[in-house]
Design a binder for this molecule. Structure first.
Ligand SMILES: Nc1nc2c(c(=O)[nH]1)N[C@H]1C(S)=C(S)[C@@H](COP(=O)(O)OP(=O)(O)OC[C@H]3O[C@@H](n4cnc5c(=O)[nH]c(N)nc54)[C@H](O)[C@@H]3O)O[C@H]1N2
Ligand SMILES: Nc1nc2c(c(=O)[nH]1)N[C@H]1C(S)=C(S)[C@@H](COP(=O)(O)OP(=O)(O)OC[C@H]3O[C@@H](n4cnc5c(=O)[nH]c(N)nc54)[C@H](O)[C@@H]3O)O[C@H]1N2
Ligand code: SF4
Ligand SMILES: [Mo]
Length: 884
């Protein structure tokens, strides 16, 4: 057994992971008890990491125009095409679109190549869709992109305000740390989110605000703090500028609590409770993420929050401060290297005095960019307009995750030269002239920085499969072939990290807090054994508690923080008669973004098996939609299809769709094409949480499903979606055509199976069709049911088994029913122990009254704990029903 300590590749909590590989190659993953982010815990996604290591879907060879080629050919070609394009059309005719999932070392070389040696600012990242508004908000208020707090603040606070953050699902381990601390100290939790999420189940107070009204809410809070005499006047006088103007605008905007309650559409009493709690609680942490950032006014939302923390002197103190939680594992590392088009490097921006010259000297740059490049949405617009003629996409899937994704796809299709570095085939690789196979988690080495500025090592514990290579290697090789051998002579990630650390300290003299000078001379051995550490880490620094800005000194010219006067604005695109509802998009508990890794794990697919859109009963009734109906979601930009889920957790007039489904998992259920490309004027972050839509019911003529061991991409279907199940895939199939036609479409899916292997049964009267295909050994390969409702759990069990079917099962197969009755467990809630909704309801009915009691009885919620909020929700809903 070999044991390697590394870091989880999913969310920005950045949990430490121990990977143990047995001699037969099987890898077991568990939480690292010593890692300061998680102390041994892992959420549902982290615990399932061992199940994502298969090579089935991996890219293992470079490809040019769809054909496998060697590395030399691929790298030469990429270098040549970029060189030619730059020579002919100038440096701004090329671009890199990179990702917060790259390691810091990968990111550093990509940024250096574009900004120092190609001479353009055209490198942007999916962090533009994620953290850009927080970056600008931090720079406006603090002078630098600084998250002042650390995770311990969640545990040392008396009030935690969660704004636009579904922490229970998206930062699960941090949320569990908060809940554990609350059991000791009685922390109050206030949630500000238009939806009643899993996080709401644990909140003391949930303000289900009208979307987009956060500026008004926090302006109202600032005005209230002034009214209630809860300002820290001494702090404001000694450490800040601009307070009077910010307060005056807040007061004008939010003249009374009643007016704020009306504007935010929340109960006035609840609002007052929140304001009073905030005013009275010194130890307050305000956590925020995409409900704040992903908005056309995201930057103002951030500053409205920061204003309240500055006005109370609650910044960077134990248990007190604003806390922007990052999404991706290395969102922070990307910001540190300067991977955003408007940043330069090492927390310097193009407009900072002397910064361009400073970085150029350090890099010995041959062609230094002197101005910002294009931000993501503008970058893809430039691709669509033919201005960018060569683009290299690394570690992100913009054909799915960009707003107005159809336009992005059209742009990529028309672009002269598209390179994609990925670990798997995606909707984006479809447009690639060259595909480069990157090394994945577990195969590569480097560092990531989590939400609390803690740098941790990712370490490899597996060999590179096929021809795959780490991203830093791929970029450096292309750079060398562009004639830049000296500047990109890296042989190890350690060498890149040392250079990155040295740049952060180069002539820094305390001007920037981001300083890793103490690590610039690190040996390879020290890099290998690096322990998780928060920055700054200046030469001679001793490890500190990690908090920043607590002394009231800020990295601005005059050392003072700045209030920013902000006003509530209307949404970038309001609802209209044609598009009367607001669509909000976001995440599910067990999926990671476009599902390229989590989508292959059956137990992670069980929690939310099909693409859906959540709507309120009243909106459903108004459009004649019943729960489970197929609907079309249409915005001014595009459409998608999903199953309607009617839920009281949704506000009337608003709908919610997960962002996860791509063309690999459904016919047309991606949120990207529907989403809004309007951006925040300062940060360039698109308004992904707010787009006007219409929802219409689509009458289906038939429905069926196929369980198969084959990786199929059905064609001709208006709607299909699939999920991984033990042994293969389950496809949900349905369409508006008459059943007979639907059956024909489905039969075509079976076409590649030899006819003699198929047993089938057709009932024309009831429009039913059932078919099973077994291989020569009697193992079930395909199983198709149209127009019937068999016992799926039983069939999935037979399929998963994977051994020749016994005679009685063969006989019963097409009846779809087992001889013995088996109760359905229902939708899976606890993915660690496979416990379904029905089992939890049954346990509650037989007397389990708490989440812990449920855990004792049926184990649900006792491993990773990610489902505990949901179990609490199920218990609460049951209790409500009982009292109604
Ligand atoms: N399970 C899982 N976890 C993840 C990820 C994942 O894919 N899956 N991705 C990671 C990444 S990259 C990110 S960025 C984070 C995101 O983490 P979160 O930001 O917590 O997740 P989201 O679901 O995108 O959005 C959060 C909430 O914002 C609310 N919201 C929408 N509009 C508004 C508004 O106007 N005001 C307020 N106050 N709230 C609003 C939504 O209803 C939603 O519940 O998650 C990270 N963690
Ligand atoms: N409608 C809507 N859209 C959204 C959002 C939303 O809330 N709503 N959220 C936005 C946010 S916050 C984010 S962060 C983005 C995320 O969106 P994306 O970044 O597009 O999503 P991922 O699926 O994580 O894409 C990562 C890609 O990198 C590949 N990959 C994994 N490891 C490696 C590696 O080591 N090297 C390389 N080269 N590739 C690798 C994966 O296979 C995958 O294809 O989506 C944004 N889009
Ligand atoms: S909370 Fe879950 S997804 Fe996030 S880093 Fe930890 S284990 Fe990974
Ligand atoms: Mo993100």
């Amino acid at each position: 057994m070999t044991t390697v300590k590394t870091t989880c590749p999913y969310c920005g909590v950045g949990c430490g992971v121990i990977a143990e590989t047995a001699s037969d190659g099987t890898t077991y993953v568990r939480g690292d008890p010593e890692h300061p982010a998680n102390f041994g815990r892992l959420c549902s996604k982290g615990s399932a990491l061992g199940e994502t290591l298969g090579l089935d879907a991996r890219l293992l060879e470079p490809e040019m125009n769809g054909r496998p080629v060697g590395w030399d050919a691929a790298l030469d070609h990429v270098a040549q095409r970029f060189t030619d394009t730059i020579a002919k059309h100038g440096p701004d005719s090329v671009a890199f679109y990179v990702s917060g999932q790259l390691l810091t070392e990968d990111y550093y070389v990509a940024n250096k190549l574009m900004k120092g040696f190609i001479g353009s600012g055209n490198i942007d990242t999916n962090s533009r869709l994620c953290m850009a508004s927080s970056v600008v908000g931090h720079r406006r208020a603090f002078g630098e992109d600084i998250v002042p707090g650390i995770y311990a603040d969640f545990e040392e606070a008396d009030l935690v305000v969660l704004v636009g953050s579904n922490t229970a699902w998206c930062h699960p381990i941090l949320f569990q740390r908060l809940l554990a601390a609350r059991r000791e100290r009685g922390t109050k939790i206030v949630l500000i989110d238009p939806r009643r999420t899993a996080t709401a189940a644990d909140a003391d107070l949930h303000l289900a605000v009208k979307p987009g009204t956060d500026v008004l809410l926090f302006n109202g809070l600032l005005a209230h703090l002034a009214r209630a005499n809860s300002l820290d006047g001494a702090y404001i006088a000694a450490h800040t500028n601009g307070f009077d103007a910010a307060l005056a605008l807040a007061q004008a905007d939010a003249s009374s609590i009643a007016r704020v309650a009306l504007g935010c559409d929340v109960d006035e009493g609840d609002l007052r409770t929140f304001f009073d709690l905030f005013a009275a609680t010194e130890r307050t942490v305000t956590v925020y993420s995409q409900g704040v950032n992903q908005s056309a006014h995201g930057t103002d939302k951030v500053n409205a929050i920061l204003n309240c923390h500055l006005a109370t002197g609650r910044t960077g103190k134990p248990g007190a401060g604003p806390f922007s939680v990052t999404g991706q594992p290395n969102a922070m590392g990307g910001r540190e290297v300067g991977g955003l088009a408007n940043q330069l490097a090492a927390h310097m921006a193009f407009e900072d005095a002397g910064a361009v010259d400073h970085v150029a000297r350090f890099w010995n740059a041959s062609r230094m960019a002197t101005r910002p490049g294009l931000k993501a949405v503008d970058m893809f617009d430039a691709v669509a307009a033919g201005k960018i003629k060569a683009i290299w996409i690394m570690g992100t899937n913009p054909a799915v995750s960009m707003p107005d994704a159809a336009r992005v796809r059209a742009g990529l299709k028309a672009c002269d030269f598209v390179v994609v570095s990925d670990v798997a085939r995606t909707d984006t690789t479809r447009f690639a002239d060259v595909i480069l196979p990157a090394a994945a988690w577990g195969e590569k080495d480097g560092t990531v920085t989590n939400s609390e500025r803690r740098i941790s090592r990712q370490r490899s514990f597996m060999r590179l499969p096929g021809a795959s290579r780490p991203d830093w290697w791929i970029v450096s090789q292309v750079a060398r072939r562009m004639g830049l051998s000296d500047a990109f002579a890296y042989e190890t990630p350690a060498a890149i990290f040392r250079e990155h650390a040295a740049l952060s300290a180069f002539e820094n003299e305390g001007a920037r807090l981001f300083d890793l000078g103490g690590m610039a001379d690190m040996s390879d051995q020290d890099y290998d054994s690096m322990q998780p550490v928060t920055w700054p880490m200046r030469a001679g620094d001793k490890p500190s508690d990690g908090r920043l800005l607590g002394d009231g000194h800020f990295p601005t010219q005059d050392g003072r923080a700045r209030f920013v006067a902000v006003r509530q604005e209307s949404p970038a695109l309001p609802v209209s008669a044609a598009h009367p509802l607001v669509l909000n998009t976001g995440r599910l508990r067990d999926q990671w973004h476009t599902m390229t890794r989590t989508g292959a794990v059956p137990r992670l697919m069980a929690h939310a098996p099909e693409p859906m859109v959540d709507i309120h009963l009243q909106d459903a009734q108004a459009s004649g939609i019943a729960d489970g109906d197929m609907v079309c979601i249409e915005s001014p930009f595009g459409n998608a299809r999903a199953r309607a889920r009617i839920t009281p957790d949704q506000r009337c007039g608003e709908a919610f769709m997960p962002m996860h489904w791509s063309g690999h998992f459904a016919a047309n259920a991606a949120a990207g094409p529907v989403s809004n490309p309007r951006t925040d004027a300062l940060s360039g972050q698109p308004e992904l949480k707010h787009v006007p839509i219409a929802i219409t019911r689509e009458a289906m003529g038939w429905a069926g499903f196929l369980i198969t061991r084959r990786d199929l991409r059905p064609t001709g279907f208006v709607h299909w979606s699939r999920r991984a199940v033990a042994g293969g895939w389950l496809y949900e199939l349905t369409g508006p055509e008459p059943a007979a036609q639907g059956i024909l479409l489905c039969q075509r899916l079976l076409d590649s199976v030899p006819r003699n292997a198929i047993t089938d049964y057709r009932d024309r009267k009831s429009a039913q069709y059932r078919a099973a295909a077994l291989d020569a050994a009697g193992i079930l390969i395909d199983l198709l049911f149209v127009g019937a409702s068999p016992q799926r759990d039983w069939l999935l069990g037979l399929f998963a088994d994977g051994t020749p079917l016994p005679a009685d099962a063969r006989r019963a197969l097409l009846s779809g029913r087992s001889a013995v009755a088996i109760p359905s467990v229902g939708r899976i809630v606890c993915s660690c122990f496979n416990v379904g909704f029905n089992q939890i309801v049954d346990a509650a009915a037989s007397g389990c009254a708490s989440v812990d009691a449920i855990g004792q009885a049926i184990k649900a919620g006792t491993n990773c704990g990610s489902c505990r909020s949901e179990i609490r929700g199920i218990l609460d809903a049951g209790r409500l029903q009982a009292t109604e």
